[in-house]
Write a protein that binds this ligand. Sequence first.
Ligand code: CAA
Length: 259
Amino acid sequence: MEYRYLKVEKKDGKCVIAINRPEKLNALSGELLKELECAFYEVCDDGSTGVLVITGTGKAFVAGADIGEMKGFGSIEAEQYSLQGQRVFGMLEKMEIPVIAAINGYALGGGLELALSCDFRIASENAMIGLPEITLGLVPGFGGTQKLARIVGIARAKQMVMLGERISAAEACHIGLVHRVVKAEDLEKEVDALAAKLLGLGRVALKTAKYLINASADLPLAEGLNMEARAFALLFSGNEAKEGIEAFLSKRKPEFRRG
Ligand code: CAA
């Protein structure tokens, strides 16, 4: 499908979606969110994609929801917009493949909320990260008030949401908000290396791990442990565990994705 605001590239099992509205620092209009939703459906339907990378073109990853578009909102439109963003970003969490945010610059407001919905966040050292909605008289509306605390804890989340201050990539890494910070010129290479590593692992085991960890946020421990035991057992009926265990015992590298 042709997109106005996205560049989509697929190669060797990896799909890269670059948000491409650089003149507005990739701000998320309703139209852009609709395109992202379609692109995410395409990735879900395409069995040949094993890892998804999301990034931005120009100097921003995404500078947030489109403030110009929000100007005309009443409460009904605002709620619809919030639910739209939450639904679209929620697709990344439900996606059965790993998703990497390659944070190439500003990740503010809805931009950080997009990155929070990814499994891995790699940032270039010039990235600036934050939830500045409070400075607009708002709160984050695409999941930030709920998801940030689960990643960095309530104290840090309150600091970021209630003060609206931007933090550097290095500080974001220090608090566990991004997994790794790299030089801007190395971002693509580092993200490619992570994607290649993920593509070399068992697809079913990865999807199971992602599902279990995401589910743990909403489950009492006993229920989560039960679910883990059932998933662990199920993996023994598939080929990946057989291959992984056999490969270890015969001192060779496993080949999880033959055929
Ligand atoms: N929405 C709409 N347009 C935006 C935008 C946004 N979030 N962020 C930047 N732009 C536009 C600017 O208006 C400007 O457009 P014009 O050239 O037409 O005036 C263009 O992008 C370039 O931006 P700047 O000139 O401001 O660039 P800068 O380098 O001086 O500053 C910045 C960069 C610090 C990121 C600054 O643009 C900024 O503060 N942006 C807003 C960040 C923000 O508040 N994000 C939260 C949005 S609310 C939200 O996301 C709610 C939610 O959770 C759902």
